[in-house]
Design a protein around this ligand. Sequence first.
Ligand code: PSV
Ligand code: MN
Length: 387
Amino acid sequence: MTPAAALVALADQTIELPSWAFGNSGTRFKVFGQPGVARDPFEKLEDAAMVHRYTGVTPAVSLHIPWDLVDDYGKLAAHAADSGVRIGTINSNLFQDDEYRLGSLTHADPAVRRRAVEHHAQCIEVMRQTGSTDLKIWLPDGTNYPGQDDLRARQDRLADSLQQVYAMLDPDMRILLEYKFFEPYFYAMDIPDWGTSLVHCLALGEQAQVVLDTGHHAPGTNIEFIVVQLLRVGRLGAFDFNSRNYADDDLIVGSADPFQLFRIMNEIVAADALRPDSGVNFMLDQCHNIEPKIPGQIRSVVNVQEATAKALLVDRDALAEAQTAGDVLGAHGVLMDAYSTDVRPLLAELRESKGLDPDPYAAYARSGHQERIARERVGGQQASWGA
Ligand code: PSV
Ligand code: MN
């Protein structure tokens, strides 16, 4: 694709932000507070709106229920709109309730399963009030010991629970079903991989799609292959972008392995799935434990844009020609040429064409916003992961 055509595609790209990136977060050892951190969902949306103001590509914000519980979701949605963003995906939470020690949607006790299903009724109500159409379910269920529970029975109970949630969806809504190969359980997760997620989505129907969280794979997994496979069957619903170095570290996407992010975006572009109407929602799922949060999100967005720009610049005709001719190194070279291109000037041009500063990171630093929130947001309780 020519740089001019790449600019057109980049102009339409959107990246959804997670509300929890703007609260305090940490490890199981320590949560470090930071000055000026948002104290409630309203302030989280204001912070997300700053990312959108400086990048121009992040108009939507994912909420996590109950972390983002408020009395009046109409008011929250209006506040989002006033700030310049909208509410995107609603994430359910099945991992912070004592009753879920042995599982939620898979639990052997029908009363616990009912409670977990009912939580999704609450999330769907939030969706109706906020105009959200995506319900993201990450199932934290699993077992720690062989024999602890019947693996097959858990799958059957899961299928039944998911069917009940699916039946509650409005016609324009969809379930995005996430997988994760380990944690919080370590012997067997109940949705450990894309195959299991896909099997459940296929059983549910057209309104169920798979979420690929880039941090949820074993080291060395070829994630772009999974992208190809899910796109082939029309079931890639969304990404949760982040970077993992060892485990599910939730670090800044593209920070440790920008080449992996490029390879993923290359398959997205090759399948023409970057288009806003492709049905693939590009979200961040990250926490900023030691770095400042709004700049951390800006950096993440820029990393995704750079990987996307490089993927768009791949000479697809030359690539196909080399592949057909069996020119192994020629084909590889076409990809590497695109990856080696410095796309920062192209992205600067994109931002200027939208009336933005070419360097969002520096523009935010100059804005004085960070100092202002540190000064003004005193008192109250800072939002925190799990709060
Ligand atoms: C689980 O590790 C996960 O990726 C899910 O998407 C959760 O909703 C999110 O992290 C919480 O940060
Ligand atoms: Mn995730």
